[in-house]
Ligand binder design. Structure first.
Ligand code: DGI
Ligand code: FE
Ligand code: FE
Ligand code: FE
Length: 187
């Protein structure tokens, strides 16, 4: 599957804004792949499909979680967390994408997880720093993305947890697992 095939598969599943975000995530992720020596092919497919399930009806996502191998604890957290795991399943079911590294990067792009691969970190970071985003402290993260991928993933994880605490929302265990694992690797 090449870039334009992948883009034409995801486009009808996304809003115009979300599709434009997806293209920017792919471009950002490809730059990171060049900087950190990751397969351009895998990075391209994973980033193009990362939000594939974003607009599936909630009852459909709930059904996939209930009836598949996906962890059931997702159902007791915010539904915004479902589209990564469900997306990793649907790209296989609906488009035959069976590469476990690609599926993993789609799976964990919102929360991160322990033991993230280089590909996981590239998609996780690209989703956060793509040029259409505007978060507090983002320039510091963008600067770090040119120097140290692990440290950048750590900053994304830290900022996300800080933001969620500020919002007084519950935090999914994988979000903490990502932060703890990256912290242990760095400090
Ligand atoms: O799909 P996108 O909007 O491109 O971005 P995303 O999938 O990375 O994140 C969607 C939202 O999920 C974002 O506002 C941060 C939030 N989020 C990340 N981790 C957690 C979380 N929300 C909750 N409630 N709990 C988490 O652990
Ligand atoms: Fe997402
Ligand atoms: Fe993200
Ligand atoms: Fe995204």
């Amino acid at each position: 599957m090449n870039r334009s095939e992948a883009l034409s598969i995801v486009e009808p599943h996304l809003t115009k804004e979300r599709f434009e975000h997806t293209v920017r995530v792919a471009d950002t992720a490809l730059t990171l792949a060049g900087l950190y020596g990751e397969s351009q092919k895998k990075v391209e497919i994973a980033s193009i499909f990362h939000d594939y399930a974003k607009y599936r009806p909630l009852d459909e996502m709930e059904r996939w979680i209930t009836t598949s191998y996906l962890p059931k604890d997702l159902l007791s957290y915010h539904h915004e967390l479902w589209h990564g795991p469900v997306g990793s399943l649907l790209i296989d079911q609906e488009h035959g994408i069976k590469d476990e590294e690609i599926k993993s990067a789609v799976y964990c792009h919102t929360t991160g997880k322990a033991n993230m691969s280089k590909l996981d970190m590239i998609v996780f970071v690209a989703d956060y720093i793509e040029p259409g985003r505007d978060f507090p402290g983002l320039n510091e993260v963008r600067d770090m993305a040119e120097k140290d991928l692990l440290k950048t993933a750590w900053m994304v994880s830290r900022n996300t947890i800080n933001y969620l605490i500020h919002k007084q929302t519950s935090i999914y265990p994988d979000t903490f697992h990502a932060y703890n694992d990256l912290t242990k690797q760095l400090y």
